[in-house]
Design a protein around this ligand. Structure first.
Ligand SMILES: CSC[C@H]1O[C@H](OP(=O)(O)O)[C@H](O)[C@@H]1O
Ligand SMILES: Nc1ncnc2[nH]cnc12
Length: 280
């Protein structure tokens, strides 16, 4: 599966897609023969034009959350625009690959973790579509789609990954990495994974009634458990680069195996949600 968008940007012809992929650090493109779409949203443009292509008969839209040139740091990513853009193309299920640190020696570098819980330690990010008009409070007890998670776990197992079939992802504000004390405190809570982008992405997906599945590649042991000089950005990119081929393949496997009809308990409709702005 490659990586280069082949077509030029189109103003607003919007090809439909059912599955969305949001690429993270080191994951800036997906699929061959894609159509590039400039989608505008009430929240501004997404991180970069969305590319839409086909895999195993499934229409897939891709957006790189940091932009193709990684110009958006985690606290400046236009999360609302990214999710809105995918939803407005028809996407209903989102796969979100991400580079994460491990908070436990049990999860080594190169592990694929499919978290089932999330802890928000960010501050000051725009994290809702429901900030005017009416007070709407979505349920978020289980932030990830169980069907998406099941499919990801089965696909990763079949592909021979070192696998964590659950885990709690703590999302820090960044862009700095954690101190050793912070990291040790997170680990002492039983949280197992650490990243900077899982929130508000997951909750915005929930607010748009999108299924959302996080695919975490462990690129490092976080400061509280490693014995060296601390995590570096170079280390994260290097390890991610060593694994991007098989991670892309895994995302493809998950897309092939995702049920076409959603059979999960995730909200499936926005009826009654009084979204302040209308989706196209
Ligand atoms: C590149 S170092 C830290 C950076 O990597 C992760 O990005 P993503 O979740 O988009 O793969 C982490 O969250 C930070 O944004
Ligand atoms: N240790 C870490 N902390 C926060 N985000 C990360 N992304 C990759 N590794 C990370």
């Amino acid at each position: 599966m490659s990586t280069q968008p082949s077509a030029s940007a189109q103003p607003s012809a919007a090809p439909a897609a059912e599955i969305g992929v949001i690429g993270g650090s080191g994951f800036y493109s997906f699929l061959d023969d894609v159509e590039e779409v400039r989608v505008d949203t009430p929240y501004g443009p997404p991180s970069d034009p969305v590319t839409v292509g086909e895999l195993a008969g499934r229409r897939v839209a891709f957006v790189p959350r940091h932009g193709r040139d990684h110009r958006f740091p985690p606290h400046k990513i236009p999360y609302r625009a990214n999710l809105w853009a995918l939803r407005s193309l028809g996407v209903r299920q989102v796969l979100a690959p991400s580079a994460v640190g491990s908070l436990t020696p049990d999860l080594g570098v190169g592990t694929l973790a499919v978290p089932d819980q999330l802890v928000d330690r960010t501050s000051g990010r725009e994290q809702t579509y429901y900030d005017e008009g009416a007070a709407i409070h979505v349920s978020f007890a289980d932030p990830y789609c169980p069907a998406g998670r099941r499919t990801a776990v089965e696909s990763a197992r079949a592909a021979g990954w070192d696998l964590a079939d659950r885990g709690t992802l703590v999302v820090i504000e960044g862009p700095r990495f954690s101190t050793r004390a912070e990291s040790q405190w997170f680990a002492s809570q039983g949280w197992t994974l650490i990243g900077m982008t899982g929130h508000p992405e997951a909750v915005l997906a929930r607010e748009l009634a999108l299924c959302y599945t996080s695919l975490c590649l462990v690129t490092d042991l976080d400061a509280g458990i490693e014995e060296g000089e601390g995590v570096t950005m170079e280390e994260v990119f290097r390890v991610f680069g060593e694994n991007i081929g098989r991670l892309r393949d895994l995302v493809g496997d998950v897309i092939r195996a995702l049920p076409a009809e959603r059979d999960c308990p995730c909200p499936n409709t926005l009826d009654g949600m009084k979204l302040p702005l209308e989706l196209p």
